[in-house]
Design a protein around this ligand. Structure first.
Ligand SMILES: Cc1cc2nc3c(=O)[nH]c(=O)nc-3n(C[C@H](O)[C@H](O)[C@H](O)COP(=O)(O)OP(=O)(O)OC[C@H]3O[C@@H](n4cnc5c(N)ncnc54)[C@H](O)[C@@H]3O)c2cc1C
Length: 322
């Protein structure tokens, strides 16, 4: 059924993304289930700790190196990965469903005439076929899809599959110096906001919704987040109102998160928000409406006014930590 799996590693500024470790781990489990081989491909210039992905179960790492590959280039990345997939007879390509993967996967699929199933949250082998599950209609329904094509490209929703370390494993890294990547555009500068933790990578998230009443009150969320070493998240209502940036949006059209602790403050718990955070390990909800849907997914609920609860909570946590 599947013979050779290829996992595409995403790096940002030379650092491997957590979602890529999840992809490697998942690919290696699938490879042992299907008795197929697995290798990985990473594009970039210097990539920190590239060999560390071996511990997630991949023993062959192919690094395609050029300073022009430091930032994602659709044309160059598509060409290199597609050619490598054909050359190595890869019949299943696994990519994280980040904005990088969402752009890249269909391009590779088109180039190698593969079927493409995106945003998978689960898959299984049934009657020798790979059946993939993905949410539709804002997570209200699930779709089971199977490939009809021989070659397959799939993307994994971040923070859904586990990145499991198997210490002691090592890998062979093959370095391919790329002389002239096929660039149609070149990134000249990236300006990013300083010092902020990304919700998609954070282990603790404090999120604010419309109950915060305005951007001027978000310091309450930020103070609690800072005390806990957490990232700040937001509901779409808040982002649409321009109170917070889109990068902080959690949910169906925002980021999927799966932290150890998610604190939802003044968020009603609409289905589209839950779609992005309900797999968090512990959920704490602060809402003045005892019937708010967020309480149905919360492990701990505080029915109260966040303007009273948050300062007290922050103060108590500060005391505990001092
Ligand atoms: C196609 C589509 C995609 C979407 N994608 C997303 C998405 O990715 N992420 C997302 O979040 N939403 C998304 N939405 C929007 C979603 O349906 C909701 O509109 C949104 O999540 C509501 O945000 P909210 O909970 O902040 O606001 P509200 O629903 O207005 O809830 C505010 C909550 O604050 C509480 N509150 C008010 N004052 C206080 C107070 N002083 N103290 C404590 N609690 C208080 C209220 O009781 C209420 O429960 C999407 C919608 C659609 C149609």
């Amino acid at each position: 059924m599947i013979k050779n799996i290829l996992v595409v590693i995403e790096q940002r500024d030379g650092k491997i993304k957590k979602s890529s470790l999840e992809a490697v781990s998942t690919a290696s489990k699938l490879a042992s289930e299907t008795n197929s081989s697995v290798q990985s491909i990473a594009l970039g210039s210097e990539i920190e700790n590239l060999s560390s992905i071996a511990e997630y179960g991949v023993s062959k790492i192919n690094h395609f190196k050029n300073s022009d590959l430091h930032s994602y280039s659709p044309s160059a990345y598509t060409k290199i990965i597609s050619e490598f997939a054909i050359q190595t007879g890869s019949d299943l390509i696994i990519i994280p469903n980040t904005s990088f993967g969402k752009d890249l996967a269909p391009r590779i699929a088109a180039r190698i005439s593969a079927g493409c199933i995106m945003d998978i949250i689960h898959f299984e082998i049934s009657a020798d076929e790979l059946i993939c599950r993905r949410p539709i209609y804002a997570g209200k329904a699930m779709l089971d899809v199977k490939f009809l094509s021989e070659k397959k490209v799939l993307t994994l929703r971040p923070n859904v599959f586990k990145a499991e370390k198997l210490p002691g494993l090592s890998a062979e890294i093959t370095l391919n110096e790329v002389t002239s990547p096929d660039l149609t555009t070149r990134v000249t500068e990236i300006k990013k906001s300083e010092g902020k933790l990304d919700v998609a990578e954070a282990d603790i998230i404090v999120s604010g919704g419309r109950g915060v009443k305005g951007p001027e009150n978000f310091h309450l969320i930020e103070e609690l987040a800072e005390t806990l070493g957490a990232a700040v998240g937001a509901s779409r209502a808040v982002v649409d109102a321009g109170w917070r940036s889109h990068g902080e949006q959690v949910g169906q059209t925002g980021k999927t998160v799966s932290p150890s602790l998610y604190i939802a403050c003044g968020i009603s718990g609409a289905i589209q928000h839950l779609a992005g955070m309900s797999s968090s390990k512990y959920i704490v909800a602060i809402n003045k409406d005892k019937d708010a849907p967020i309480f149905s997914v919360a492990d701990y609920g505080i029915t109260g006014d966040l303007f009273e609860v948050l300062p007290k909570l922050t103060e108590e946590i500060k005391k505990l930590r001092s």
